[in-house]
Ligand binder design. Structure first.
Ligand code: UT7
Length: 324
């Protein structure tokens, strides 16, 4: 018998304020038609003044706990993936822990930008498999609106704010691909591409928060290659084929990246959960937001094989193959 990390509840939260492409076209030299054609984005949610990453995370966490039928007392650990923490320190996870009323266990942040949720799931899975934690809350939460240069049309149209969360619980498995839970997790980094997608500020650089900077075309090219390769890596590790996958839940950066990845793989487009039109790119929050949507509208059902995958700054990339 082996221990598997099973997803027993999902939750999500989006801030109330929605910014349409038409509103952005009043601020920068862009059009609704350009944004839709090049990205597939129609609108994005943006946190209110004073609404912090911890607030978004706490709301998503409460919903995931409710879906799991648990309270925070049951948790051994909180892992929060974010590149937009409330403060440089302490970890935003510590504030979420306190807002949830959890007084024991451990809570910490993980930073792998858009791949953050995959990294956080991977770490949580290690603790559960090693029997060092039984029930773990994994959150992806971001307020990228605070990192945007709202005068830069190349970047300000692409991102949104939001949060998603899952509760993982240890369950016995037999060790084959029919088990429920995370079947395998795969993470990668290649720091040679650090400068293609970064924020030009931060404590050690001596400049305050800074703005997001990106060479979009290069990121786009690498994203399709890495995302397609991740599918092969996860399937091979589990002796499965593309036909076994019920749903691909990718990081949502650009509709063209999602379509390009599906095309490169030969995966039917109706097996991909796509939320980018209404959420834009919410970095570490995008996968749990999309997963939650697929579970909530019952496209994703118990027993389905789901591949979660992401690529982002660093470069970082990774995937988790999960049976729901
Ligand atoms: O989460 C992971 C990280 N992010 C990503 O994965 C994003 C990856 N990259 C992308 O999604 C795309 O590269 C973008 C959407 C950012 C850009 O699309 P593109 O097709 O690669 O456009 P481009 O950067 O080659 O720009 C084409 C033209 C340029 O004008 P010129 O130089 O041809 O005259 C840009 O200045 O489009 C112009 N442009 C815009 N025009 C209207 C760039 N942004 C805009 C805009 N509105 N918002």
């Amino acid at each position: 018998m082996i221990i598997r990390s099973r997803i027993i509840g999902c939750g999500a939260y989006l801030p109330e304020r929605v910014i349409t492409n038409a509103e952005l076209a009043e601020q920068v030299d862009t059009t609704n038609a350009w944004i839709i054609e090049r990205t597939g984005i129609l609108e994005r949610h943006v946190a209110a003044t004073g609404e912090l990453t911890s607030d978004l995370a706490t709301q998503a966490a409460k919903r995931a706990l409710a879906a799991a039928g648990l309270t925070a007392v049951a948790l051994d650990m909180i892992i929060l993936a974010t590149a937009t923490p409330d403060h440089t320190f302490p970890a935003t996870a510590a504030k979420v822990q306190s807002q949830l009323g959890m007084k024991r266990g451990a809570a910490f942040d993980i930073q792998a930008v858009c791949s953050g949720f995959i990294y956080a799931l991977t770490v949580a899975d290690q603790f559960i498999r090693n029997a060092q934690a039984h029930t773990v809350l994994v959150i992806g939460a971001e307020t990228f609106s605070r990192l945007l240069d709202w005068t830069d049309r190349n970047t300000c149209i692409l991102f949104g704010d939001g949060a998603g969360a899952v509760v993982l619980r240890a369950e016995p498995g037999v060790g084959d691909s029919q088990d429920n839970g995370i079947l395998s997790a795969h993470i990668h980094t290649d720091g040679r591409y650090y400068d293609l997608l970064y924020v030009d500020g931060g404590p050690s650089s001596g400049r305050s928060t800074g703005f997001l900077r990106m060479i979009g075309k290069d990121v786009f090219r690498y994203a399709i290659v890495h995302l397609a390769n991740m599918v092969g890596e996860a399937l091979t590790a589990n002796h499965l084929t593309l036909a076994d996958i019920d749903w691909l839940v990718p990081h949502q950066a650009n509709r063209r990246i999602l379509d390009g990845t599906a095309r490169k793989l030969g995966l039917p487009a109706d097996k991909v959960i796509i939320t980018v039109a209404h959420h834009a790119n919410t970095s570490a929050a995008s996968i749990p937001l999309a997963l939650n949507e697929g579970v909530a509208d019952r496209r994703i059902r118990p027993g389905h094989l789901v591949l979660l995958e992401a690529m982002g700054g660093g470069f970082t990339w990774g995937a988790c193959l999960v049976r729901i």
